[in-house]
Design a protein around this ligand. Sequence first.
Ligand code: HEM
Length: 359
Amino acid sequence: MSNGNEGHSRRQVLTTVGSLSIAGAMGQAIASSSLVSPAAAAQPNSEIAEKTFEATADNVVNTLEAAYGVNRGKRRNHTKGFGALGIFVGAPEAAEYSRSLLFSGQEIEVVARFSVAGGDPEASDTEKSPRGLGLQFRLPGGSLHHITMIHTPMFFAMMPKTFLDKFLALRPDPATGKPNPEKFKAFLNSHPDNTSQFHFLQTTNPPPSYANCSFYGIHTFKFVNRDNKVTMVRWRFVPQDGEKQLSDAEQKSMPRDFLEKAFIDRTHQGPVRWDMLVTIGQPGDSEDDPTILWPNNRKEVRAGTLTLSSAMPDPKAGSYKINFDPLMMADGIEATNDPILLFRSPSYAVSHTRRLRDL
Ligand code: HEM
């Protein structure tokens, strides 16, 4: 189990290395379970684990647990969060590119969850780490579609190993009981794929409310239309309330917890809306590297509007037990060969299985 002191120490290290939260650090996944037992893999800084860790779903979740402690019944990543409910209505322009029922124009029920990245249930809402939004669309006819995004335009890992290595670097050192800042700096210096997101997080203060936050799908996906024509796309959700960031003074002075209350208060004034914007790729645009942005002159299509009308604390929310696996996709939208996208699904399954087993 985690304890408050460990969490505090971890946050201190992250401050030392530049306010990048553990959450921001989706590091590499861990040792092959065939080579190293989960218990060995979870041992902080065990020599055998260091040498043999490879990126598997079990090893990633073991490493998240080693970095943050086991928060029973809770997500092993994006642990802090809350739920929301609403609808999505797709726009006809998107139906030209995808036959997904998402773009049928009908009202589609949505179960959502907002989160702060990382496995710390007491992470500060001021920390410069990714904010998350998981969406479950309940399509006509009963099928489900998931979209699970963060608020940085790019990811910090082009391969699962970078994700694993980040959280390995954040495990407490047995000698001090705290993560070693030098190890985390070494991670940053030895993983250039992390640079772009690190820069974004350092130079962009976090939002004062999720209602003022854009969320990015990051991966490239395939839209398939009625003629089976495939179009490479990326998407983002842009808030109709406008994007805002905390000022530097607010980022230093705001309390640990404000995002949940700010959003619930905002829903009491009326529904909160985001436009879904889809970017159409061109030949040569990266299809399998979520750390590389596309040129900003690509055609964009408004694909629909997300409207969230109510929000509620995590354990009371319908989203609490959902596994927002991004490969849960209904007909008309398909995965690319992005190794990060493909690796997410088994990792979420391990975390989901463990947290439901804990209950
Ligand atoms: C190697 C890559 C990744 C790994 C290993 C990973 C791992 C995880 C795990 C274990 C969870 C907890 C799942 C659960 O218990 O239900 C999680 C949640 C989440 N991840 Fe990832 N992740 C990765 C990449 C990404 C990317 C690229 C994004 C955004 C595009 C993302 C966004 C999220 C969000 C928003 C949640 C919280 C969803 C919820 O509220 O249930 N992750 N991740």
